[in-house]
Design a protein around this ligand. Structure first.
Ligand code: FAD
Length: 169
Protein backbone atom coordinates (compact mmCIF):
# COMPACT_ATOMS: atom_id res chain seq x y z
CA UNK A 1 0.00 0.00 0.00
CA UNK A 2 1.44 3.38 -0.94
CA UNK A 3 1.19 6.40 1.31
CA UNK A 4 -0.38 9.58 0.14
CA UNK A 5 -0.38 13.09 1.63
CA UNK A 6 -2.88 15.83 0.83
CA UNK A 7 -2.75 19.42 2.10
CA UNK A 8 -5.45 22.04 1.72
CA UNK A 9 -6.47 25.38 3.20
CA UNK A 10 -9.98 26.78 3.65
CA UNK A 11 -11.91 29.62 5.24
CA UNK A 12 -14.40 29.04 8.06
CA UNK A 13 -17.96 29.84 7.01
CA UNK A 14 -18.38 31.71 10.29
CA UNK A 15 -16.18 32.38 13.30
CA UNK A 16 -15.73 29.07 15.11
CA UNK A 17 -15.48 28.64 18.86
CA UNK A 18 -13.08 26.26 20.66
CA UNK A 19 -16.13 24.00 21.13
CA UNK A 20 -16.60 23.88 17.33
CA UNK A 21 -12.91 23.02 16.95
CA UNK A 22 -13.31 20.21 19.48
CA UNK A 23 -16.32 18.85 17.63
CA UNK A 24 -14.48 18.80 14.30
CA UNK A 25 -11.43 17.18 15.91
CA UNK A 26 -13.54 14.56 17.67
CA UNK A 27 -15.28 13.37 14.49
CA UNK A 28 -12.00 13.59 12.55
CA UNK A 29 -10.11 11.45 15.06
CA UNK A 30 -12.95 8.95 15.27
CA UNK A 31 -13.42 8.59 11.50
CA UNK A 32 -9.75 8.80 10.52
CA UNK A 33 -8.66 6.14 12.99
CA UNK A 34 -11.06 3.68 11.35
CA UNK A 35 -9.41 4.08 7.93
CA UNK A 36 -5.79 4.67 8.97
CA UNK A 37 -5.74 8.36 8.12
CA UNK A 38 -3.52 10.62 10.22
CA UNK A 39 -2.76 14.31 10.04
CA UNK A 40 -2.89 17.78 11.45
CA UNK A 41 -5.58 20.45 11.48
CA UNK A 42 -4.38 23.99 12.22
CA UNK A 43 -7.10 26.39 13.31
CA UNK A 44 -6.64 30.08 12.72
CA UNK A 45 -9.17 32.73 13.73
CA UNK A 46 -11.00 32.27 10.40
CA UNK A 47 -9.01 29.75 8.39
CA UNK A 48 -7.94 26.11 8.40
CA UNK A 49 -4.84 24.35 7.16
CA UNK A 50 -5.09 20.57 7.12
CA UNK A 51 -2.77 17.72 6.23
CA UNK A 52 -4.25 14.26 5.60
CA UNK A 53 -2.07 11.18 5.15
CA UNK A 54 -2.79 7.51 4.65
CA UNK A 55 -3.71 5.28 1.72
CA UNK A 56 -4.63 7.25 -1.40
CA UNK A 57 -8.10 5.73 -1.32
CA UNK A 58 -8.75 6.66 2.33
CA UNK A 59 -7.30 10.17 2.01
CA UNK A 60 -9.41 10.87 -1.08
CA UNK A 61 -12.58 9.57 0.55
CA UNK A 62 -11.94 11.73 3.65
CA UNK A 63 -11.14 14.81 1.57
CA UNK A 64 -14.27 14.32 -0.54
CA UNK A 65 -16.37 14.29 2.65
CA UNK A 66 -14.60 17.38 4.01
CA UNK A 67 -15.23 19.26 0.74
CA UNK A 68 -18.98 19.00 1.34
CA UNK A 69 -18.88 20.38 4.89
CA UNK A 70 -20.81 23.67 5.17
CA UNK A 71 -18.60 24.82 8.07
CA UNK A 72 -15.94 25.97 5.64
CA UNK A 73 -15.61 27.38 2.12
CA UNK A 74 -13.07 28.54 -0.47
CA UNK A 75 -11.30 25.19 -0.11
CA UNK A 76 -7.93 25.29 -1.86
CA UNK A 77 -5.90 22.21 -2.62
CA UNK A 78 -2.26 23.05 -1.90
CA UNK A 79 -0.46 19.77 -2.48
CA UNK A 80 -1.07 16.04 -2.92
CA UNK A 81 1.58 13.43 -3.56
CA UNK A 82 2.82 9.94 -2.80
CA UNK A 83 5.16 10.00 0.19
CA UNK A 84 7.44 7.44 1.78
CA UNK A 85 6.55 8.18 5.39
CA UNK A 86 3.94 9.93 7.53
CA UNK A 87 4.53 13.19 9.36
CA UNK A 88 1.78 12.64 11.94
CA UNK A 89 1.83 8.89 12.39
CA UNK A 90 0.57 8.92 15.97
CA UNK A 91 -2.44 11.11 15.37
CA UNK A 92 -5.86 10.40 13.81
CA UNK A 93 -6.02 14.17 13.70
CA UNK A 94 -3.70 16.39 15.70
CA UNK A 95 -5.25 19.79 16.41
CA UNK A 96 -3.04 22.87 16.32
CA UNK A 97 -4.96 25.59 18.21
CA UNK A 98 -4.60 29.32 17.53
CA UNK A 99 -2.36 29.60 20.63
CA UNK A 100 0.30 27.50 18.86
CA UNK A 101 0.13 29.70 15.79
CA UNK A 102 2.14 32.49 17.35
CA UNK A 103 2.82 35.76 15.56
CA UNK A 104 6.49 34.79 15.36
CA UNK A 105 5.73 31.43 13.74
CA UNK A 106 3.19 32.87 11.31
CA UNK A 107 5.51 35.70 10.24
CA UNK A 108 8.27 33.22 9.53
CA UNK A 109 6.11 31.61 6.83
CA UNK A 110 3.97 34.44 5.54
CA UNK A 111 3.88 38.16 4.89
CA UNK A 112 0.97 38.66 7.30
CA UNK A 113 0.72 38.43 11.07
CA UNK A 114 -2.64 36.67 10.87
CA UNK A 115 -2.73 32.99 10.05
CA UNK A 116 -4.31 33.03 6.57
CA UNK A 117 -3.19 29.81 4.87
CA UNK A 118 -5.49 30.41 1.87
CA UNK A 119 -3.17 33.31 1.02
CA UNK A 120 0.15 31.73 1.94
CA UNK A 121 2.47 30.43 -0.76
CA UNK A 122 1.94 26.66 -0.97
CA UNK A 123 5.60 25.97 -0.20
CA UNK A 124 5.33 28.02 3.01
CA UNK A 125 2.20 26.21 4.16
CA UNK A 126 3.98 22.89 3.59
CA UNK A 127 7.10 24.14 5.42
CA UNK A 128 4.98 25.23 8.41
CA UNK A 129 3.35 21.78 8.63
CA UNK A 130 6.75 20.10 8.35
CA UNK A 131 8.06 22.27 11.21
CA UNK A 132 5.12 21.35 13.44
CA UNK A 133 5.64 17.66 12.59
CA UNK A 134 9.30 17.92 13.66
CA UNK A 135 8.29 19.66 16.92
CA UNK A 136 5.75 16.96 17.74
CA UNK A 137 8.31 14.24 17.04
CA UNK A 138 10.96 15.97 19.17
CA UNK A 139 8.47 16.40 22.04
CA UNK A 140 7.51 12.72 21.96
CA UNK A 141 11.19 11.73 22.01
CA UNK A 142 11.79 14.02 24.99
CA UNK A 143 9.25 12.22 27.19
CA UNK A 144 11.23 11.46 30.37
CA UNK A 145 11.96 7.80 30.97
CA UNK A 146 11.17 6.15 34.29
CA UNK A 147 14.15 6.88 36.57
CA UNK A 148 16.32 3.90 37.38
CA UNK A 149 15.81 2.50 40.91
CA UNK A 150 18.26 3.72 43.53
CA UNK A 151 21.47 1.70 43.72
CA UNK A 152 20.88 -1.18 46.16
CA UNK A 153 22.96 -1.14 49.35
CA UNK A 154 26.15 -3.14 49.00
CA UNK A 155 27.61 -3.16 52.51
CA UNK A 156 26.97 -6.20 54.71
CA UNK A 157 25.21 -4.15 57.43
CA UNK A 158 22.59 -2.77 55.10
CA UNK A 159 22.01 -6.07 53.34
CA UNK A 160 21.39 -7.81 56.66
CA UNK A 161 18.98 -5.13 57.84
CA UNK A 162 17.08 -5.28 54.49
CA UNK A 163 16.33 -8.96 54.98
CA UNK A 164 15.38 -8.38 58.61
CA UNK A 165 18.60 -9.68 60.25
CA UNK A 166 20.67 -7.76 62.73
CA UNK A 167 24.39 -8.10 62.95
CA UNK A 168 25.52 -10.43 65.77
CA UNK A 169 28.79 -9.24 67.33
P1 FAD B 1 -20.69 13.79 12.80
O1 FAD B 1 -19.35 14.37 13.14
O2 FAD B 1 -21.37 12.96 13.82
O3 FAD B 1 -21.66 14.97 12.34
C1 FAD B 1 -22.96 14.66 11.82
C2 FAD B 1 -23.30 15.56 10.65
O4 FAD B 1 -23.53 16.87 11.09
C3 FAD B 1 -22.23 15.62 9.60
O5 FAD B 1 -22.84 15.57 8.33
C4 FAD B 1 -21.57 16.99 9.81
O6 FAD B 1 -21.13 17.53 8.57
C5 FAD B 1 -22.70 17.78 10.38
N1 FAD B 1 -22.30 18.80 11.35
C6 FAD B 1 -21.83 18.57 12.60
N2 FAD B 1 -21.62 19.74 13.22
C7 FAD B 1 -21.97 20.70 12.34
C8 FAD B 1 -21.99 22.12 12.39
N3 FAD B 1 -21.63 22.79 13.51
N4 FAD B 1 -22.38 22.79 11.29
C9 FAD B 1 -22.77 22.14 10.19
N5 FAD B 1 -22.79 20.81 10.08
C10 FAD B 1 -22.39 20.11 11.14
N6 FAD B 1 -13.96 14.58 9.13
C11 FAD B 1 -13.18 13.50 9.12
O7 FAD B 1 -13.69 12.37 9.18
N7 FAD B 1 -11.83 13.59 9.04
C12 FAD B 1 -11.18 14.80 8.98
O8 FAD B 1 -9.95 14.84 8.95
C13 FAD B 1 -12.00 15.97 8.97
N8 FAD B 1 -11.44 17.20 8.90
C14 FAD B 1 -12.25 18.31 8.85
C15 FAD B 1 -11.67 19.56 8.72
C16 FAD B 1 -12.47 20.69 8.66
C17 FAD B 1 -11.83 22.05 8.50
C18 FAD B 1 -13.88 20.57 8.74
C19 FAD B 1 -14.74 21.79 8.68
C20 FAD B 1 -14.46 19.33 8.88
C21 FAD B 1 -13.66 18.18 8.94
N9 FAD B 1 -14.22 16.91 9.08
C22 FAD B 1 -13.40 15.81 9.06
C23 FAD B 1 -15.66 16.74 9.27
C24 FAD B 1 -16.29 16.25 7.98
O9 FAD B 1 -16.49 17.33 7.10
C25 FAD B 1 -17.64 15.59 8.29
O10 FAD B 1 -18.45 16.49 9.00
C26 FAD B 1 -17.45 14.37 9.13
O11 FAD B 1 -16.49 13.53 8.53
C27 FAD B 1 -18.77 13.62 9.26
O12 FAD B 1 -18.53 12.67 10.23
P2 FAD B 1 -19.71 11.88 10.93
O13 FAD B 1 -20.49 11.17 9.85
O14 FAD B 1 -19.09 11.05 12.00
O15 FAD B 1 -20.64 12.99 11.44
Amino acid sequence: MSLFRLIYASRAAEALTPANHEQILASSSRNNAKVGVTGLLAFGAREFLQCLEGSREAVNATYTRILGDPRHQDIQLIDCRDVDQRWFGEWGMHGLPPSRLTRQRVLRFSEREMFTPTRMPGASAIALLAEVAREIEAASEAVPTVPAPAEPPRDRESLLSRIGLKRQD
